[in-house]
Write a protein that binds this ligand. Structure first.
Ligand SMILES: NC(=O)c1ccc[n+]([C@@H]2O[C@H](COP(=O)([O-])OP(=O)(O)OC[C@H]3O[C@@H](n4cnc5c(N)ncnc54)[C@H](OP(=O)(O)O)[C@@H]3O)[C@@H](O)[C@H]2O)c1
Length: 290
C-alpha cells in the first residue's frame, strides 16, 4: 500500500484509510478489522468522538491497551465539535455544534483517554459551526500543538471559504478537509472544493467513498461493466476512480467486514484508463461532458 504525506508538513498516512464510524462492535471484531487493515497496508484509522454513541474510540482503545506494540504501527485521526443528546452525554438536550476552546480541549483529553494514548496524529473539526470563533479555535489548536497531544489539524465538511477563513487565523497549515466524495457524490470535483485544496497542496480525505454502500448495491451493470476487464470488483473500481484524481484523494472506507478491507486495499494497484474514468462519470451524470 502506498504511503503519502497528506500535506508537505505531514502526517504520512496509508493512501486508503479505515473508518471506524460503523465499528460499534465487540473488541474481538475490532481486533480482526485492525489486523486485516494492517495486513493490507492500511495503517491509518479515522474516528470521531461521537462514533458508536461515543463508544467506538473506547473499544478501539481497549484493543490498543491489550497490544502494547500496536500504537506505534498506526496513525489515529479523530474529530470533535458535534454534540447530541445521549445517555453518555446527559447534559446535552439538543443536537448542536461546539467549537469553543473549552470543548475542543476537553474533547481531545477525553479522546486520548478513550484511546489509551498520549497523542493523536490528526484532529479535525467535524462540521462547520455557525458560531465558530476562529480566534478561539486557533488558541485551542496552539495549546494542543504545544502540549504534543495533537500533531496536526484539519477540518471536515468545510466549504472552500470556511477553510480559508479558519486557515487565516492559524500559524500552521490545516492539512486536510475531509469531505464526502464518490463517483455519485462528485460535486467537489466541480464546485471548487478540490481546486482550493490543490491550490494549498492539501490532500482531501473522502468519506463514504462507496456512497455508504449504495453505490455497490444500486450502481448496476452499466456503471461497472468494465470491472471484469480490470480484474476488479465494483468496490475496487469505485475507489480507483477516486484515486486517479490529481488532488491525491485519501478514501476513508467504512466496511465492517475484514475481507472487504483486503478487497478495497487492492484498488491501489488499478491503473484507470482516462476514457473509462469519463465513461463512469457519463453513466452517473446521464450526459456527456459539454
Ligand atoms: N467527516 C464526516 O462527516 C464523515 C461522515 C461519514 C463518514 N465518515 C468517515 O468515513 C468512513 C466511511 O464512511 P462509510 O461507512 O459511509 O463508507 P463506505 O465505504 O462508502 O460505506 C460503507 C458501507 O458500505 C458497505 N459496503 C462496503 N463494501 C461493500 C460491498 N462490496 N458490497 C456491498 N456493500 C458494501 C458496508 O457494509 P459492510 O460493513 O457489510 O461491508 C458499509 O455499510 C466512516 O467510517 C467515517 O470514518 C466521515
Amino acid at each position: 500500500m502506498e504511503r503519502k504525506t497528506i500535506h508537505k508538513e505531514g502526517p504520512t498516512f496509508s493512501r486508503i484509510i479505515s473508518g471506524a464510524w460503523r465499528w460499534n462492535l465487540d473488541e474481538s471484531k475490532i481486533d480482526h478489522l485492525i489486523a486485516s487493515s494492517l495486513d493490507s497496508g492500511i495503517t491509518t484509522f479515522d474516528h470521531a468522538d461521537i462514533y458508536g454513541d461515543h463508544r467506538n474510540e473506547e473499544i478501539f482503545g481497549n484493543v490498543l491497551k491489550r497490544n502494547p506494540g500496536l500504537r506505534n504501527k498506526i496513525e489515529l485521526v479523530t474529530k470533535c465539535g458535534i454534540k447530541f443528546s445521549s445517555g453518555r452525554r446527559p447534559r446535552t438536550w439538543v443536537k448542536h455544534y461546539d467549537t469553543s476552546k473549552e470543548h475542543i480541549l476537553w474533547s481531545v483529553d477525553n479522546s486520548l483517554d478513550m484511546f489509551n494514548t498520549d497523542r493523536i496524529e490528526l484532529l479535525l473539526i467535524h462540521r462547520p459551526d455557525p458560531l465558530l470563533n476562529p480566534e478561539e479555535v486557533a488558541e485551542a489548536f496552539n495549546t494542543l500543538k504545544q502540549s504534543g497531544k495533537i500533531l496536526h489539524f484539519g477540518v471536515s465538511n468545510f466549504t472552500p471559504t470556511q477553510f480559508e477563513m479558519l486557515q487565516s487565523y492559524l500559524p500552521f497549515p490545516l492539512v486536510t478537509n475531509q469531505i464526502e466524495i464518490s463517483i455519485t457524490h462528485h460535486e467537489p470535483l466541480f464546485d471548487g472544493s478540490l481546486d482550493l485544496l490543490m491550490k494549498y497542496r492539501v490532500c482531501p480525505m473522502a468519506w463514504s467513498p462507496l456512497g455508504g454502500g449504495k453505490l455497490i448495491k444500486e450502481g448496476g451493470q452499466e456503471l461497472f461493466h468494465k470491472a471484469s476487464r480490470y480484474g476488479a470488483t465494483p468496490a475496487q473500481l469505485s475507489l480507483a476512480w477516486l484515486l486517479k484524481h490529481p488532488a491525491h484523494i485519501f478514501p476513508v472506507i467504512g466496511t465492517t467486514r475484514p475481507e472487504r478491507i483486503v478487497e478495497s486495499a487492492k484498488a491501489i494497484d488499478i491503473k484507470f484508463d482516462v476514457q473509462d474514468w469519463f465513461e463512469m462519470l457519463l453513466v452517473v451524470q446521464g450526459k456527456e461532458m459539454p
